[in-house]
Design a protein around this ligand. Sequence first.
Ligand SMILES: [Zn+2]
Ligand SMILES: [Zn+2]
Length: 308
Amino acid sequence: MILNKLSNLKENKQPLELLEIPVPEPKVKEVLIKISACGVCHTELDEIEGRTPPPRLPVVLGHQVVGRIVETGPKANQYNTGQRVGIAWINSACGNCMFCRSGEENLCEQFKATGRDADGGYAQYTKVLEDFVYKIPDIFSDAQAAPLLCAGAIGYRSLRLTGLKDGQSLGLTGFGASAHLVIKMVAHRFPNVNVYVFARNPNERDFAKELGAVWAGHPEKGSPEKLDSIIDTTPAWKPVVEALKNLKSGGRLVINAIRKEEADKDYLLQIDYPRHLWLEKEIKSVANVARQDVSEFLQRSFRAGNLE
Ligand SMILES: [Zn+2]
Ligand SMILES: [Zn+2]
């Protein structure tokens, strides 16, 4: 399935075209993968609508790819055919710059994303450098593993960037795929952390409580106590402004969104410095994922054995 042109999803309900394209040929150090599952992510809407546009069109979207290796290119020798592997958002990076050398390849200037800068997983076959695939633990089915590769890995990175310690408190604004996985990860890694969830939808709030949130409320409602850190996974600005009010002094808000939508940008004018930022509150964005985020998260979730 290909994206041929950028469009507004309100006007164009079918932005992707089903098309027959040749099976890619794996080149040096690449592997060819027969895809069995590919997750769907909000970032694809950002690509289609041009907030993070693919540099060339047409392109095959999809960056939570699970499948089996069917062919290995020259000098690709880390995997055998038949092995089940996954591909995440990081498709390649230069390998030489300061960021790449220090494990921060997610910040590399030549960072290439799966399903944006290179063809991704909404297809029967795809190819990728073997250094950028991950073994999928057996306990997960293909469909269970796919969302771990983006929502899970980026949630893992976001949680790492909060600097959260056991015994502290964490807020989550928005309760989609990434937040579901974060709340489970927190329960496993930080059993004494209280999680507070801000969501507009009452069903999501109920679900958050089922998954162990001590409190769940509307984003405009203040949390019952001030929080050490908050992860925002919404595409909007209002939850960011509201979240800052709920942070403790020195608290940190991590924004896990590749782009924010413009619709409610005016809400930023409501920022009142003493109330929202004073006393060393911080805002940090989370950009992409590094390979270490993906592999560590897969290993941890395998050990926890309880992530969906
Ligand atoms: Zn994604
Ligand atoms: Zn680099």
